[in-house]
Design a protein around this ligand. Structure first.
Ligand code: PTJ
Length: 252
């Protein structure tokens, strides 16, 4: 990995870019994952690179939904595995959720590499893709009969958009983490977390530690108050306001 000096003004951004590049070198992340990461970086930039209140609300609702679910599953692709391997394991443990490898740019080798990488951090992850999701033609249709196939809620971070709808028609609730509030997945999901996965997952771990002992009724109330359309609306307005502020700043 290229050494990124910690005093560099764009240290974090460069560090995560390097982690994605290393993920590609290790055969975990798809080469296309680099462009996806770049798109994410752009949206993060114009959101001010911070967790907004609307993202925090969505993170809280997502945790409540996962805790209320009978069989929650977190779908792990090449970008997620590279960026937050330890954190995704911790989140799955605190939520009693199942981790499952699910990739769009399919190769058996990459499924194996992601599985072994997650296991190297002590995590358990399903990678026996022995079942199919009906209605989907991409490789994402290949799922585990012990995981996504029987899940009632599936979290699909950094998704490419062909699957949320099918998961929903298969009767599942969906949660996504996507910095692009305009994406198809963002619009389709039941809960859309417009935040960087590197902030969202640690936030969700803290929220889960708090909510895991809440009575069912209180978790249901969090969900009843939640409105994903309003969250998307607020995230798009946040981008507009941030750009307006920057446009004013350059004139001063
Ligand atoms: O490992 P695979 O084969 O499953 O492939 C994974 C990628 C990400 C390449 C694939 O799912 C894909 O092509 O995704 P898209 O269509 O580029 O969508 C990914 C979405 O995630 C985009 O809307 C990005 O803005 C967003 N995104 C990228 N990086 C982050 C992010 N959202 C949150 N946090 C990030 N770090």
């Amino acid at each position: 990995m290229t050494h990124v000096p910690e005093n560099h003004p764009r240290y974090l951004s460069l560090k995560y870019r390097e982690i994605i590049a290393e993920g590609v070198r290790r055969g975990i992340t798809a080469i296309e994952g680099m462009t996806a990461h770049g798109r994410g970086e752009t949206f993060d930039y114009i959101l001010g690179e911070k967790t907004h209140d609307f993202a925090f609300e969505a993170e809280r609702a997502a945790v409540a939904l996962m805790l209320l679910s009978r069989h929650p599953v977190i779908s792990v692709n090449g970008n997620t595995a590279a960026l937050v391997p330890k954190e995704i394991i911790e989140l799955s443990e605190v939520l009693s959720a199942v981790l499952e490898v699910n990739i769009f740019h399919f190769s058996e080798e990459r499924v194996r590499n992601i599985k072994e990488y997650i296991e190297s951090f002590g995590g358990k992850i399903l990678a026996d893709l022995d079942a199919e999701l009906k209605g989907l033609t991409s490789a994402r249709r290949m799922v585990s009969s012990k995981g996504i196939l029987i899940a009632d809620t599936v979290m699909v971070p950094l998704e490419d958009g062909d699957r949320c709808e099918i998961l929903k028609t298969n009767g599942k609730k969906t949660i996504t983490i996507d910095l692009n509030p305009l994406s198809r997945t963002s619009r389709m999901a039941d809960i859309t977390i417009v935040d960087n996965i590197i902030r969202a997952i640690p936030n969700m771990i803290k929220i889960a530690e708090e909510l895991k002992d809440y009575p069912k009724k209180e978790l249901e109330e969090i969900l009843a108050r939640y409105d994903n359309k309003k969250i998307l609306n607020r995230s798009i307005i946040a981008i507009r306001d941030y750009l307006t502020e920057k446009a004013t700043e350059v004139m001063s």
